[in-house]
Each structure stands twice: as structure tokens, then as C-alpha cells.
Design a protein around this ligand. Structure first.
Ligand code: SER
Length: 316
């Protein structure tokens, strides 16, 4: 029997991952861990919810003991643009909280899923077809915490045998919960604005290519990796995973096929643009495909169709 804790369960990925895990493993076996933002009705009414500030070791330990947790999906994190504005907070949440989770996992024998990111790369990384194992010298606080997190998780596996696993997520596009302060957020907002105003002003410039993925694939990646046969995993904590790579013009063109009057304008944010320029244009995810059968379902056209379908019903 699995007993799962999801930290950051009210966040963009957490809110949907928690519900999928409840569907697969039983509502009562998946604890939604939240901190500042309280869970909404869907999370609250479908299973256990607990306040867990992961920067507080005792709070993590108490929840793991109370529910006899054996698997932690540790999603509580600060995204890239907020991390640049508040580097101290980013270090505390992305590193100190992760350390607490790993320590509790070591003491209580839990498996741990930790997302890394395309942000774990930097300018000196080959930015096209970015290899699985390559130079990682990120220039952002977000990137520094992500690389350190990858290494820390590897260390806990090698040194203590903690079953740590993780992926390097690209920008994640979804229609349930908005992302909070990332560089790839434009690729979510553009769909909301396409429905609301048929117009969007993008904070990244034309020609800014980044890896992206639709939420159903992001959830599948996390669960498939955690369920994968450990004997087949050569890498553990930082699998490149991607589903598509596009720039703002390409996503706008896919929207225009459904909403022909949609217009895209630009007002570039220099902070986000500098971050995006230091990230891969497209990653090579062949290690994930070979070691645990990673294969995304949604490309840009399929995602745009689904996003616009869902949002047109949601936004009146
Ligand atoms: N979506 C994230 C961000 O933009 C990337 O990991 O910060």
C-alpha cells in the first residue's frame, strides 16, 4: 500500500498531480501538503490535507509519521522570476526545504520525487538538443538551487540509499492552477488572454525558443518515473523530459488556427528574457525514453486545441 505526501499540493503541478495520485492510489492514501495558500474545495473534499512548511523539519517529520508516508512528491518550490527577485527565499525553499525532505526520507525510508528544470542549464550549455549529461553553470538563483538539488538528491541515493528520482521539467502549460512567477508563464497566459481578449502582449521576444509540455504529460512523467523499475535507471534525479519546443510566434500561429482574429504583441521583460536566453532551445530526452519509456502524448497543435476547449468553457 502506498502512502503518499505531495508538498506544494496547491501549486500549478501539485493541484493536478494530487488528484491523479488519489485516483490511482486511493483518496485517503494521498496527503495534500500546503503552506501559504489553503487548498480549494476539490483538494479539501477528496482526501487528507495538512499544513506543512517544508522549511520546518519537524513539520515534515510529523506529517510523514502521522500518515506513515512512504513516497514524497516534493513540489514546493520557488520559480525562476520570483527567485531572481527574492534569492534568499529561493535558497530557503528550494534548498533548505529539500534538505529537510531528504533527511526525513532517509530516517523513514521514503522514496522522493523532486522536479528539476530547464533552469538547471546556463549560457555555456549547448542550447540546441541539450544533452542529458552536459555543462551546468546556470546564472540564476533558480538554476543554482536546481543544480544543487539534483546533486543533493543523487548524494542521498548514493550515500544513504534513499530512492530519489526526478526530471528536468520544461515550461508546463495547464488550465487548472496558474503558475506562480516563472519565465515560461507566458505560454499559459496567452491561452487565457486569447479567450478573454483575443489579444496578448508577450514578455518574451520573438524567436525565444523554449521546451514546453502540457500538464497531462507532466503528471505522467512524474508517476511513470516513480513507478519505473529501478534496475533500469542509470540516471535518477535529473532526466531531461520535453514534449515540444516553440517560440511565441509558433504558439500564436497555433491559436490563430482556431481563433483567426487573435493578435500577438510584444513588451519584453529584460529579466525574464535574460533568463530565457540562458536556457535550452530544445533538450535531448533520449535517456528518459530509453531508461523508463518516456513518451509525451501532446504536441503543440493537440495542446492548443485542448487548452482552448477547456478554457472557453471555464472563462465566460
Ligand atoms: N517554468 C519554470 C520557470 O519558468 C521553469 O522551470 O521558472
Amino acid at each position: 500500500m502506498k502512502n503518499i505526501l505531495v508538498t506544494g499540493a496547491v501549486g500549478q503541478i501539485g493541484s493536478e498531480l494530487t488528484m491523479e495520485l488519489r485516483k490511482r492510489f486511493g483518496n485517503d492514501n494521498v496527503v495534500a501538503g500546503f503552506h501559504r495558500t489553503k487548498p480549494g474545495d476539490i483538494l479539501k473534499n477528496s482526501g487528507p490535507c495538512e499544513m506543512v512548511d517544508c522549511t520546518n523539519f519537524e513539520q515534515v517529520k510529523d506529517v510523514v509519521k502521522k500518515y506513515n508516508i512512504d513516497t514524497i512528491y516534493h513540489l514546493a518550490a520557488i520559480l525562476s522570476a520570483v527567485a531572481e527577485a527574492k534569492p534568499n527565499l529561493a535558497w530557503n525553499v528550494n534548498i533548505n526545504a529539500l534538505y529537510n525532505v531528504l533527511e526525513v526520507a532517509r530516517e523513514h525510508g521514503c522514496a522522493v520525487f523532486t522536479p528539476s528544470s530547464i533552469g538547471a542549464f546556463g549560457e555555456s550549455t549547448p542550447l540546441d538538443n541539450t544533452p542529458q549529461d552536459t555543462i551546468q553553470r546556470p546564472s540564476t538563483m533558480y538554476g543554482v538551487t536546481k543544480v544543487a538539488g539534483e546533486l543533493l538528491c543523487d548524494y542521498y541515493f548514493k550515500r544513504f540509499g534513499v530512492d530519489t528520482r526526478g526530471v528536468r521539467y520544461p515550461g508546463i502549460i495547464s488550465n487548472e492552477t496558474l503558475p506562480g512567477g516563472g519565465t515560461t508563464d507566458y505560454a499559459v497566459e496567452i491561452y487565457y488572454e486569447a479567450i478573454k481578449n483575443k489579444k496578448y502582449t508577450c514578455n518574451l521576444g520573438k524567436g525565444t525558443f523554449l521546451d514546453m509540455m502540457y500538464m497531462p504529460d507532466a503528471i505522467k512523467a512524474a508517476i511513470d518515473l516513480m513507478e519505473a523499475d529501478p534496475a533500469k535507471l542509470k540516471h535518477r534525479n535529473a532526466f531531461n523530459v520535453t514534449a515540444m519546443s516553440f517560440d511565441p510566434e509558433m504558439i500564436a500561429a497555433s491559436i490563430k488556427k482556431i481563433i483567426p482574429e487573435f493578435e500577438l504583441e510584444y513588451d519584453v521583460d529584460p529579466v525574464r528574457q535574460a533568463i530565457a536566453n540562458s536556457w535550452p532551445n530544445s533538450m535531448d530526452d533520449s535517456a528518459a525514453r530509453e531508461e523508463w519509456g518516456w513518451k509525451p502524448e501532446y504536441d503543440l497543435e493537440a495542446m492548443t486545441k485542448d487548452m482552448l476547449d477547456v478554457l472557453s468553457k471555464k472563462i465566460k
